[in-house]
Design a protein around this ligand. Structure first.
Ligand SMILES: *Cc1c(COP(=O)(O)O)cnc(C)c1O
Length: 460
């Protein structure tokens, strides 16, 4: 088959945008393990979870069987403000690398939150509004999720309370002000507003916080305030479901030109963009229709897949959340403060964890100076200043393309460019000044954290 020359950017029309999300769990032979109650070890059902999450999202969280879930019209209308996102053929990067590989990236940074997170923020806010709730609480690390949720809540007229990891709150004042522009209340975490925040501050005075700790605070705040529920920007099954819009659009765009990828690459913090990007491709792989190499890229300083344990663990530092079975570094693991490159979460999506455990995808870890080298090289030829998180995927896409240069193979590589890095210039500055260092936790440090993994009543 021959096709016309592939344009620099492949866009879909509004009519071609997905009308349903794709739930990859429906095609998984081994389903992700259920969330469990830390006290009793029992799997958590609808009634157990609806105090924390809104009802429709609990249904989506627990649904391992329905492959296609309709995207409500209101959410599709919101998506049209910034979607479809372009699938870009990286002609300039290919030229610069002198590689025979064909490189594509799906760019999710074309909205004010600067990342893919808006795809799930609007869905979660929509279902909360539909249930008649007053507002939602959440945590944010670098600030993209908090920004995305603030935008969605402002659009729907919902109250939004964000616990922001203290180090980011201080280092990223502009991100904080974007959230406040959208009407969110932003509190640095750990804070004195919650019992768990006070406890963490007592045990670790001067701590710069972590995502796991901010989650504990947000969950507590949701439980304490009537009419509030907690929402989470990654890790959960429901978030991967909403993010499947990335993969569905990518696949539709590639199909238009008859392009079949060999390698699909994404950065992995909690796994939501990668899970969303690969979902429809993984579905084909699970159904035995096609085969793809799928690679998760994580920071060497927070290597959940490559050095973590596949075990039940708390999703948060405060140990107030349910237990999830996932690749984890232990909920007490706090990545080194010198790590600027995002993706600081200790755990990983249970869906991706199961797929990785079953050998259906690979994972690699990369050091942050290598990541920023790739970010800068990419920015100079492709015109987009990438987020440090996204740059993990750029790094490995470039490495794979350079391997093709050696072997002469014309592989097709697709990677997720999850966002822009305008709010990460302090990290870029460190890199430019040669002040960026690579921190890799020792086995002994990780072991200390693994030793604290919880026992699950009835399972161990
Ligand atoms: C949050 C974020 C990530 C990592 O989160 P995942 O859930 O692993 O996708 C990656 N890139 C950007 C730009 C982000 O904001």
């Amino acid at each position: 088959m021959t096709f016309e020359k592939i344009p620099y950017k492949i866009y879909l029309s509004e009519q071609e945008m997905p009308k349903t999300w794709y739930n990859v769990r429906a095609d998984m032979k081994t389903k992700p393990a259920p969330l469990r109650n830390p006290g009793t070890g029992a799997p958590m059902g609808f009634e157990d979870l609806r105090g924390v999450f809104c009802d429709e999202l609990v249904r989506q969280e627990l649904d391992n069987d329905t492959a296609e879930i309709p995207i409500p019209r209101e959410i599709r209308d919101f998506y049209k403000m910034y979607r479809p996102s372009p699938l870009v053929r990286a002609y300039c990067l290919e030229e610069k690398l002198q590689t025979p590989a064909k490189i594509y990236y799906k760019f999710e940074g074309n909205n004010t939150s600067g990342s893919h997170k808006l795809n799930s923020a609007i869905a979660q806010a929509y279902y909360a509004k539909q249930q008649g709730l007053a507002g939602v609480t959440t945590e944010t690390g670098a600030g993209q999720w908090g920004t995305a949720l603030s935008m969605a809540c402002a659009y729907l007229g919902l109250d939004c309370k964000v616990y922001m990891v203290k180090v980011s709150y201080e280092q990223k004042p502009f991100r904080r002000e974007v959230m406040r522009t959208y009407g969110a209340a932003v509190t640095p975490s750990p804070s004195m507003e919650t019992e768990i925040g006070k406890k963490i501050l007592q045990e670790h005075p001067g701590t710069t916080g972590s995502l796991g700790c901010a989650i504990s605070e947000a969950v507590e705040a949701a439980a304490k305030n009537p009419g509030y529920r907690y929402v989470l920007g990654s890790v959960l099954n429901q978030v991967l479901l909403h993010q499947s819009v990335i993969g569905l659009e990518t696949k539709a765009a590639l199909d238009k030109y008859g392009v079949v990828p060999d390698i699909i690459i994404g950065c992995a913090g909690g796994g939501s963009n990668l899970g969303g990007l690969i979902s429809p491709f993984m579905g084909e792989k699970l159904r035995g229709e096609k085969n793809y190499r799928i690679i998760a890229v994580e920071p060497a300083s927070c290597p959940s897949f490559t050095r973590g344990r596949f075990a039940y663990d708390f999703c948060d530092t405060g140990m107030v959340c349910p237990l999830a079975k996932m690749y984890t570094l232990g909920s007490g693991f706090i990545p080194s403060a010198n790590h600027a490159g995002g993706l600081r979460y200790h755990g990983m999506s249970p869906v991706l964890s199961q797929l990785y455990h079953d050998g259906l995808m690979e994972a690699v870890s990369v050091e942050q100076t290598k990541v920023f080298e790739a970010a800068e090289a990419f920015a100079r030829v492709e015109g987009i200043l990438p987020a440090p998180e996204s740059s993990h995927a750029i790094r490995v896409a470039m490495d794979e393309a350079l391997k093709c240069k050696e072997t002469g193979e014309e592989k097709t590589i697709v990677f997720g460019l999850t966002g822009t890095g305008y709010f990460d210039m302090v990290a870029y500055e460190k890199f430019h000044n040669g002040e960026m260092t690579d921190y890799i936790p020792t086995d002994a440090e990780l072991q200390k954290s693994f030793d604290k993994l919880p026992q699950v009543p009835g399972l161990d």
